[in-house]
Ligand binder design. Structure first.
Ligand SMILES: NC(=O)c1ccc[n+]([C@@H]2O[C@H](COP(=O)([O-])OP(=O)(O)OC[C@H]3O[C@@H](n4cnc5c(N)ncnc54)[C@H](O)[C@@H]3O)[C@@H](O)[C@H]2O)c1
Length: 724
C-alpha cells in the first residue's frame, strides 16, 4: 500500500510499505479521506535540524548520555540512521472496514467508520484499535467525518474547561483545533471570543459563530475586558501553536480573577507568577481525545471503561462529534481549504509549512473514495514490499530474517551480524510497515513484510532472529523451527511451562539449532568470573543485585500479565547462576514487594534465595524501584579462599592472596561473540553454547521464583518434570 511518511527530519514522501498486520482487538480500515492535523504533524518536521538542536540542547545531552553507555561509533551510526528513518504522520480519517480480528464482534467488513490513534497515519490501509473506531451516520460524508479525531481533541478541551451557560470563553489560536473549540464552546452556551494573529482565521471564526474575534495582540486584553464589563474571560483555552510564551501571557492578561486556563496547544508554558497569584488562576492541561488516551488497555486491548464511571471516553467523544456533524451543529466544510489526492500529500505539507497560502484544513483523498461501496478487490490485503535494492545472496550464506525491529536488534544484533562473513539480512518482519521498511532499507534486506507466514514460507531464509515482544517469542520460535529455520530468540524464550514444552518439542522434531540471547555468557568479565569459579574447591556463595528502574510502568516489559521484569529480564540471572556455578538450581524461596499497584509493580521486585545441586547457595535481589544513578548489576561470588566480583560489564575484581581489579570505560556485553558463536554452531552443525534446555531452565526458575513470592512457600525447580 501507499503511505505518507516523513523520511528523516523534513522530507514528506508517499511510499510503498506492507499493509499493517491485523492484531487482536483491531480492525483494518481503507480510508476514503484523512485530515492532516496541521499543528501536531508539522511540529515533527524540521527543515533545519541544526536549528532544532540549537533550540533544544536537551537533544544533544540525550545523545551524549547514550554515547557514554553504547560508545561513540554505535551512537553516531544510530544518529545518522535517523536521517533516513521513516515516521508515520497523522491520526484522523474515515473509510471502510476492510478486515476485523475475531475479537471484534460489533463491526462488519464494509462498515463506514472514522478512525483515530497515534501511529495510524495517512495510508491506504490503517490498523486501529476497536475503541478508536466509530460508525459514521448515513448522512455524514467521509470528507466531513475525517475531522472526528480532531473534533474529539477540541471536545476534550471544552469538557476540561467545564463551561457553564453564559461563561465568556476566549480561544487563543484559531487554527484547526481552535476553530473546532470555538464552535463546541458556543454549543455549551458560552459567549465565545476568538483571538489569532491571522485576520483570515479570526474572520472565519466569526463567520462560524464566534461572538467576537480579535487579531491585535496589543489590544486583545482590552477587547476581552470590554466585552465582559471589565471582568475578563471566565475561561481561556489556548489552542495556539507557538514556541513563545506569548499565548500564555495573553491568556493570563485576559483571564478573570479566579478564572481558568486550559492548555491544548503546544506553546512555551511560562506564566507570570505575580499576575497568576493575584488572580489565583487555575491551569488545566487537555490531553488528546479524552479518557482512554495513552492507556494501552483501552486503545490497544479494547477494554472499555464503564459508562457510569467514565461518561466521555475517546470513543464516546467520537460518537458525539459524529452526532453533532449529523445534526449540523458543527460545521467543518468551511474549514476545508484544500483537498489533495493521496499521491500529492507532499505538496499539501509544503503548503502548510510555507504558511503563506491561507491553508487551514488539508484533506487527503484516497483511491478508495472512488468506489461507492468497498469493492472486494479494493479490500484485499497486500503484504509485501520487495522495493529495496539488495545484492543477491551467494549460495552457502546465512540468510536471516528479523522478527521485530526494536533497539536491541539495531544496537546489538545487527552490528554483530555485520561483522560475520557471508551473513546477510534477507527479510524484515514488523507489525509496522514504516519501521519494517526503515530497517530493510538500512540493512539492505530483500524485503519487509507484516505477514509472518511470508517469512516462514520463504525457502531462502535459513535463520530467524526473534526479537519481538516477550509474549510472542515462544510461538514465533516454534513456528520458525517447524518451518525448517534455525532460530536465535531473545530472552525470555518462553513465558509458561506449556510454551517451554512446545519450543523444546519443536527443536527435537525439526533438528534445527536454537539459541537464547543470554549474552552474559559471552561478556569478557563474566567469562573471567566463571573461569575462576570453575577452579573452586567447594560450593560457592553468590550474591546478585540488580537495579532496573527503567522497567517501570508504562514500559510494556513491566506488565506482570506478560511475565513482567522477572521473566523478561531476571531470567538472565537464573541462567547466570547456573552457568557461573556449572550446577543446577534446585530450589527457590522468594519474597516480593506488596503487589496490586500499577507502579511499582510488586512482583517485579524480589529477594530470592536459591539452592544448587552442588550445595552452593545464591541470592538474587532484583529491583525496579531504584535510581538510574545507583548502577545496574553487581555479581559477587565467594568460594574457598577467594572472592570475585563483576559490575555492569565494566569491572572485574578478583580477591585472593592479592587483589586484582580491572575496569573499562565502556561496558562489554558480549553481543558480538554471542552471535559469532551461534553462527559457527549453525555452520558446523554442532550444539550451540546456549540451548533450548537453558531457555527452559531460566523460564521455569523465574516461574517458580514468582510462585514462591506469591504463596510464601519455597518451590522446587523441577526441570525434568517439564521436559521429561
Ligand atoms: N493537547 C492535545 O491533545 C493536542 C492535540 C492536537 C493538537 N494539539 C496542539 O494544538 C495546537 C493547535 O493545533 P492546530 O492543528 O490547530 O494548529 P494550527 O497551526 O492550525 O493553528 C495554530 C494557530 O495558532 C495561531 N497562533 C500562533 N501564535 C499565536 C499567538 N501568539 N496568539 C494567537 N494565536 C497564535 C496561529 O496563527 C494558528 O492559526 C498545536 O500546538 C498542536 O500541536 C494539541
Amino acid at each position: 500500500m501507499n503511505q505518507v511518511l516523513r523520511k528523516g527530519f523534513k522530507d514528506i514522501v508517499v511510499t510503498e510499505v506492507p499493509d499493517p498486520a491485523l492484531i487482536a482487538h483491531h480492525v483494518l480500515v481503507r480510508p476514503c479521506y484523512s485530515l492532516i492535523s496541521s499543528g501536531t504533524e508539522t511540529a515533527s518536521i524540521h527543515p533545519d535540524v541544526l536549528k532544532t538542536v540549537r533550540e533544544n540542547p536537551s537533544h544533544l545531552q540525550t545523545i551524549l548520555n547514550v554515547a557514554r553507555v553504547e560508545g561513540p561509533v554505535k551512537t553516531f551510526n544510530e544518529v545518522r540512521a535517523k536521517f533516513d528513518a521513516y515516521a508515520v504522520l497523522g491520526y484522523s480519517g474515515a473509510g471502510y472496514v476492510s478486515a476485523k480480528h475475531q475479537t471484534v464482534t460489533d463491526l462488519e467488513i464494509g462498515d463506514r467508520v472514522v478512525y483515530g490513534g497515534e501511529g495510524t497515519g495517512h495510508g491506504e490501509t490503517i490498523s486501529t484499535g476497536r475503541n478508536l473506531v466509530a460508525p459514521i451516520p448515513e448522512d455524514v460524508s467521509f470528507e466531513h467525518a475525517c475531522f472526528t479525531t480532531l473534533g474529539c481533541i477540541a471536545m476534550n478541551a471544552v469538557r476540561t474547561a467545564q463551561i457553564g451557560v453564559g461563561d465568556t470563553v476566549a480561544v487563543v489560536g484559531l487554527g484547526l483545533v481552535g476553530q473546532l473549540i470555538a464552535q463546541l464552546a458556543r454549543l455549551q452556551g458560552a459567549v465565545v471570543a476568538g483571538f489569532d494573529l491571522r485576520a483570515d482565521r479570526a474572520d472565519l471564526a466569526k463567520n462560524l459563530g464566534a461572538d467576537y474575534a480579535f487579531t491585535d495582540p496589543a489590544s486583545v486584553k482590552e477587547g476581552v475586558l470590554g466585552i465582559t464589563g471589565g471582568r475578563g474571560a471566565d475561561c481561556v483555552i489556548i489552542a495556539a501553536a507557538s514556541k513563545s510564551d506569548a499565548p500564555c501571557r495573553a491568556a493570563v492578561s485576559m483571564c478573570r480573577d479566579r478564572g481558568r486556563i486550559v492548555v491544548v496547544g503546544a506553546v512555551e508554558m511560562s506564566f507570570p507568577w505575580d499576575e497568576m497569584y493575584i488572580k489565583e488562576i487555575q491551569v488545566l492541561m487537555s490531553r488528546a481525545y479524552g479518557p482512554g488516551s495513552y492507556d494501552a488497555e483501552y486503545e490497544r486491548k479494547g477494554r472499555d471503561y464503564p459508562v457510569s464511571y467514565v461518561r466521555w471516553t475517546e470513543n464516546r467523544n467520537m460518537q458525539e462529534f459524529l452526532r453533532l456533524l449529523e445534526a449540523r451543529k458543527v460545521d467543518v466544510a468551511p474549514l476545508i481549504s484544500h483537498v489533495y489526492p493521496l499521491a500529492e500529500a507532499p505538496a499539501a505539507y509544503g503548503e502548510i509549512m510555507n504558511g503563506s497560502g491561507g491553508s487551514l484544513a488539508m484533506v487527503l483523498r484516497y483511491p478508495q473514495a472512488d468506489f461507492p461501496v468497498p469493492a472486494a478487490q479494493a479490500l484485499k490485503q497486500t503484504v509485501f514490499t520487495p522495493n529495496v535494492a539488495a545484492p543477491a545472496a551467494a549460495p552457502g550464506t546465512i540468510r536471516a530474517a528479523v522478527v521485530g525491529v526494536g533497539g536491541i536488534f539495531r544496537w546489538a544484533h545487527m552490528p554483530a551480524l555485520e561483522k560475520i562473513p557471508d551473513v546477510s539480512l534477507r527479510a524484515v518482519y514488523s507489525s509496522s510497515g514504516a519501521r519494517g521498511k526503515t530497517c530493510a532499507e538500512r540493512y539492505k534486506a530483500v524485503y519487509c513484510t507484516t505477514d509472518y507466514e511470508e517469512v516462514l514460507r520463504d525457502r531462502d531464509t535459513n535463520l530467524v532472529i526473534v526479537v519481538s515482544r516477550n509474549q510472542y517469542h515462544a510461538s514465533q520460535t516454534a513456528e520458525a523451527l517447524r518451518a525448517g529455520k534455525h532460530v536465535f530468540v531473545e530472552k525470555p524464550m518462553a513465558l509458561t511451562v506449556d510454551e517451554c514444552r512446545d519450543v523444546y518439542n519443536a527443536v527435537q522434531e525439526s533438528g534445527k539449532q536454537l539459541t537464547v540471547g543470554f549474552n552474559r555468557r559471552f561478556a569478557p568479565y563474566y567469562v573471567a568470573q566463571r573461569k575462576r569459579l570453575m577452579r573452586r574447591s567447594g560450593p560457592a556463595v553468590i550474591n546478585i543485585r540488580v537495579n532496573s528502574p527503567g522497567i517501570s510502568y508504562p514500559y510494556w516489559m513491566a506488565d506482570p500479565a506478560i511475565g513482567g521484569a522477572i521473566l523478561g529480564e531476571a531470567c538472565h540471572f537464573v541462567d547466570l547462576f547456573y552457568w557461573l556455578l556449572g550446577s543446577e538450581p534446585t530450589r527457590v524461596y522468594a519474597h516480593s514487594l506488596p503487589t496490586g499497584s500499577t507502579e511499582p509493580v510488586g512482583q517485579n521486585n524480589l529477594c530470592a534465595t536459591f539452592q544448587f545441586a552442588d550445595g552452593s547457595i545464591g541470592t538474587l535481589n532484583y529491583s525496579t524501584v531504584g535510581s538510574k544513578t545507583s548502577q545496574g548489576e553487581r555479581v559477587e561470588c565467594f568460594a574457598q579462599g577467594f572472592g570475585v566480583t563483576t559490575e555492569n560489564f565494566k569491572s572485574l575484581a578478583i580477591h585472593e592472596d592479592s587483589s586484582k581489579v580491572e575496569t573499562k570505560l565502556l561496558p562489554r556485553k558480549g553481543y558480538d561473540s554471542q552471535m559469532k558463536s551461534f553462527i559457527e554452531a549453525v555452520r558446523e552443525g554442532r550444539k550451540p553454547a546456549v540451548t533450548v534446555v537453558d531457555g527452559v531452565r531460566a523460564t521455569v526458575g523465574c516461574l517458580r521464583m514468582l510462585d514462591s513470592a506469591r504463596t510464601g512457600e519455597p518451590r522446587d525447580i523441577d526441570l525434568a518434570g517439564v521436559i521429561a
